[in-house]
Design a protein around this ligand. Sequence first.
Ligand SMILES: [Zn+2]
Length: 101
Amino acid sequence: MIHQSLNWGVIANRVPPVSEDRESVRRATALIAALVGVWAAAEGAVFGFRVFRRAVRIGIGFARFWYAAGTLQLLRRCPDCRRLIVRDARVCRHCGWRHTV
Ligand SMILES: [Zn+2]
């Protein structure tokens, strides 16, 4: 019992004053806020990069489509049934001809 009461006394002496405790809580809150801010910034950067990459891919596809349409390379004739199919097509949608190789 005496030993325990002595320990309690030591712990009571180590408890910091209220103002210092509030300061540490404020610092911890600021640290957490800073970490959350850094995390949000990183997440936003990743999301923005993905959106940018997707926009670039859509833009490239758009440019390729209009380049092909403008230079009359969008369509070609199927070697089997001579009807128009998309130039990049590997299968004819009319007769089922398949591009081999
Ligand atoms: Zn065909």
